[in-house]
Design a protein around this ligand. Structure first.
Ligand SMILES: [Zn+2]
Length: 78
């Protein structure tokens, strides 16, 4: 009376997530898409990876705004 338990079971429950850029399926713990090489975040409730916040672009945008404001002050303030 052999009782083989659990040999045929494989983990396939949400082991992947979807890349938000190219819609490819990548590993759920991947931090970078294998297909388009972009950085991706954790999967949301729909199984789609979130786009990580790009701090660099914020800094560049803030710098541009600061430069513009500084120019306006210099142009109209004097
Ligand atoms: Zn991708």
């Amino acid at each position: 009376m052999g009782d083989s338990v659990g040999e045929g079971r494989k983990m396939k429950s949400s082991a992947t997530k979807k890349c938000p850029y190219c819609n490819s399926h990548v590993k759920s713990d991947a931090v970078r898409c294998d297909v388009c090489r972009r950085r991706i975040g954790v999967a949301d409730a729909y199984g789609v990876a979130k786009k990580p916040v790009n701090i660099g672009s914020y800094v560049v945008a803030l710098g541009a705004v600061a430069a513009l404001v500084g120019y306006l002050i210099w142009a109209f303030g004097g």
